[in-house]
Design a protein. Sequence first.
Length: 135
Amino acid sequence: MNVLKIIFLVIAIVSVPLLALFLIRLVLKLSRGVDHLNRTLDDARPQFIVLLKNLNQAVEEVNGELERVGQMTGEAQAMLELTESSLRTVDEALRSPVARFGGMLAGFATTTLLFRGISHRLSPRGRRSRRGGAK
């Protein structure tokens, strides 16, 4: 049992300094990496600032265009509302009894004129008057 204690003691005596050296090396590498990252960020900071300014300007321009689109959409909506109200008025006018009666009279008059024209062309007098007028 004493032998095992001595072996563990020797292992502990050897491993603690080795572990400390390993941790010191790891911390130094991390420190170098962080320093390198800081230098890279310091070099890139002016470029990031320029990019962010450009991005801000682009967002403002897009916002202006969206406002214009919103205005155009509002104007189109107003035009559609006016069109809808005028179409509703026309529809109400066409559905009125007076408009129906006027349409029937116009149809009757047109049909009468058509039949008179056809009968005039088909009658023997209509043919003679045309022939006589052509000479």
